[in-house]
Design a protein around this ligand. Structure first.
Ligand code: TYD
Ligand code: MG
Length: 452
């Protein structure tokens, strides 16, 4: 038998090296290389013989509900046996709370909850606070991954929760828990356990200062789905987003609110991201983003302020700052509105991060609204991509966005002309625009209509 080739891996950055050396070539750290086991370098190795794809039974991937509708939605319809899900987020955002609630909501389904962070008494105390009595839940305080795997093999729970993956370690490696090599090795062992025994595994991962789970995204490619908890400082709302999902749509959102009784699902998330003002205010525009499988209405706020000397400031929270600079340039050239002597601040209410261009037009109209102190009526929805030639380009899911707005009582929409629905939507008058100039004209007409 061929001897397994030993390679070395840096405990800091995870870079591989064929031979040992004092300094890691990847990150420059000293004395961090340690032997990596061959198994740790590859992924899951199950059956050795290939099979015809048509003969493979996909019904084995029968989804189970987690018991929480919003969590099921983010997972693409529920937990798949054998799937490994990584759940990331800042400390204290509610990961442990949500998983405990999911275990309780699952009823009789067996869940093994392994905690490396809290004592069993603390978990019991939290369950009491949440007023849940998880019938099928077994808890274990353990951090050695070999023991966790052995117990899971014996007990065969439907779901294994490891809270958190940064606290577990393997005897096979000398480095400390939480180091990249340990994370890689422990996760590899847990992935193998999941695939070989059809156990759904949920791994909790803390987010590092740079914003990724455990540094250089080492875990994300090893697991089937990655969910991130997001929230805006001080907000009670928690957004769970699927950034990767082998069994469902990526970018799917679930919305929860943190209460005294733990995380409560928000059934109509569009309603919460809209702040309701008694009077229309300048600088606020509602747009529709499309996240995963559903549209979501969010409010974009802009504030412009005369620059007090020096170069003007541009700051965007929840939107891409570079895109903002580009949009403001288009606004000047094609809309005739100059902002070179104005500081411009943009904010998406509720901590939502918008990663699509459909919010372009709303961001610009909010800016113009603030600059001219001219409120856009609160019953108007705005969306559309703005091109560099000042054209308003159509976006995907146009009709879904319009219908969501109509459902929530909006009466008018400014949307790309190519996105107008073939059959009118009752209650919603849609204004199709093809250029930035047209959009500004419609905005003024709607504002004047409201005022007059
Ligand atoms: P937790 O689930 O421990 O966060 P994580 O596992 O992501 O670190 O959440 C802890 C926070 O949630 C803590 O600040 C208290 C708060 N909380 C509530 O507001 N209500 C509750 O019912 C519970 C259990 C916690
Ligand atoms: Mg926790």
């Amino acid at each position: 038998m061929a001897k397994a080739r030993t390679t070395y891996r840096c405990a800091e950055c995870g870079a591989a090296s064929p031979k040992w050396q004092g300094q890691c070539a990847g990150c420059g750290a000293w004395n961090t290389l340690e032997p990596a086991r061959a198994a740790d370098l590859g992924g899951y190795a199950g059956e050795v013989r290939g099979r015809r794809l048509a003969d493979v039974d996909e019904t084995a991937l029968h989804r189970q509900s987690t018991g929480l509708v919003e969590l099921d939605r983010v997972l693409g319809g529920g937990l798949v046996p054998g799937a490994v899900v990584l759940i990331g987020g800042d400390p204290g955002i509610g990961k442990s709370t949500l998983l405990l609630q999911a275990a309780a909501a699952a009823g009789d389904r067996q869940t093994l909850y392994v905690s490396g962070e809290e004592s069993l008494a603390q978990i019991a105390l939290r369950a009491r606070r949440l007023e849940v009595e998880p019938a099928g839940l077994t808890v274990l305080a353990e951090t050695r991954v070999e023991d966790i795997v052995a117990l899971a093999r014996e007990e065969r729970p439907a779901c294994l929760v490891v809270d958190s993956v940064q606290t577990v370690y393997s005897d096979a490696l000398p480095s400390a828990p939480g180091s990249v090599n340990q994370l890689r090795e422990c996760t590899a062992q847990l992935v193998r356990l999941a695939k070989a025994n059809d156990i759904a595994v949920m791994l909790v991962g803390h987010v590092t200062k740079t914003g990724s789970i455990a540094g250089p995204r080492v875990l994300e490619h090893m697991v089937d789905a990655v969910l991130y908890f997001e929230n805006q400082a001080g907000s009670r709302y928690r957004i769970v987003r699927a950034v990767k999902n082998r069994f469902g749509a990526a970018n799917e959102l679930g919305v929860f609110v943190m209460t005294e009784q733990g995380m409560r699902e928000v059934k109509n998330p569009s309603a919460i991201f809209l702040s309701r003002y008694p009077e229309p205010v300048a600088g606020s525009v509602i747009t529709a983003v499309h996240q995963g499988s559903r549209p979501l209405l969010v409010e974009i706020q802009a504030l412009t302020d005369r620059t007090g000397g020096g170069s003007p400031r541009r700051l965007a929270v929840g939107l891409d700052q570079n895109r903002m600079a580009l949009l403001l340039a288009a606004l000047h050239r094609h809309g005739g509105v100059a902002t070179y002597d104005e500081d411009v601040f943009l904010n998406v209410v509720g901590g939502v991060k918008i990663a699509e261009t459909a919010a372009d037009l709303a961001a610009l109209l909010a800016t113009v609204s603030s600059l001219h102190v001219e409120p856009v009526p609160a019953s108007v929805l705005v969306f559309g991509e703005v091109g560099l030639a000042g054209e308003i380009r159509p976006v995907a899911w146009g009709e879904e966005r319009l219908r969501e707005a109509a459902k929530l009582g909006f009466t008018a929409a400014i949307a790309p002309r190519a996105n107008l629905p073939r059959t009118p939507i009752s209650g919603l008058s849609c204004h199709g625009v093809a250029t930035l100039g047209e959009a500004l004209t419609v905005m003024r007409q709607l504002a004047a209509g409201e005022a007059g």
